[in-house]
Design a binder for this molecule. Sequence first.
Ligand code: TYM
Length: 341
Amino acid sequence: MTRPRVLSGVQPTGSLHLGNWLGAIRNWVGLQASHDTFFCVVDLHAITVPHDPQRLAEDTLSTAALYLACGIDPDNSTVFVQSQISAHSELCWLLNCVTPLNWLERMIQFKEKAIKQGDNVSVGLLDYPVLMAADILLYDADLVPVGEDQKQHLELARDIAQQRINARFAPRDAKGEPLPLLKVPEPMILREGARVMSLTDGSSKMSKSDPNEGSRINLLDPPETIVKKIKRAKTDPILGLEFGNPERPEADNLLGLYALLSGKGRQAVAAECAQMGWGTFKPLLAEATVEALKPVQQKYQELRADPATLLAVLAQGRQRASAVADQSLSRVRQALGFLGT
Ligand code: TYM
């Protein structure tokens, strides 16, 4: 029996942080045993905002190394770089031509990022969700494990596949029934970790683009930096930590991080910290964070010390991914009526 297919990716922009790990990569790891897993470093997405060409290749390698350091096993998963498979750009163009402009103008992330960019908004930033749809649809993904912030983009990918491609272009069998053209993917958003919030503002999400470094913990932050960032994290004047109090977003966020990073779970930490002051809690959270990241950081250093192995993983990934992507692309090209290649 074929295993259900999974695809996901992270942009190689700056350092990956706890949100990327807890909201996405950590959940990918467990899927490897039961699913056919594809994980790409989405470097074409990284140039939708102004980028530094001196850093792109290095950030791409570092992101791939972090996937492996977090537990992605290249023997079980296909790990690849998006820009090395030209089918992503080509399917994106085909999908562009059937996607209504107002679907893209509605995207929350576009609006947020566009405000930050002022006059300098590129067409690529608007088109970003169509490229993401292409990433997913090329692999006939059943499931896309992501954080909460990607939900709207996944809805869009589903709508493009269903309404704009399958409904219009799917070939028919002898009885006139549509044959599958693009698989309509399901989002996989786990409740815990799906929305890790900023350390300096519990009501906005932890993000790579926040200019304040203190707002996030990067996966490669050394222990002393982690301790310092947690020490400075925003708190409130109330004694005891709790989940779910809308007046106390920082307590909810930091307690949630503690539950995940210590591995103790929500119930146990809610009981442990119910009467605890922030001054006692913060060192506990810092220690749990440092300990949770230690094996990831160690593995990362090993991988970076051996660039040939990492490049070989990506070369193998490229081969496996392109075999799948090329087939889907040619199916869509044919359905849209292009002359064969
Ligand atoms: P990106 O690079 O912004 O984030 C990568 C993954 O991390 C999750 N994430 C978070 N989860 C919880 N809390 C947070 N504060 C937090 N910040 C980020 C994101 O939800 C994401 O799962 N568009 C995507 C990349 C992409 C993609 C794809 C993903 C491109 N093509 C195809 C899946 C399938 C993005 O910008 O992720």
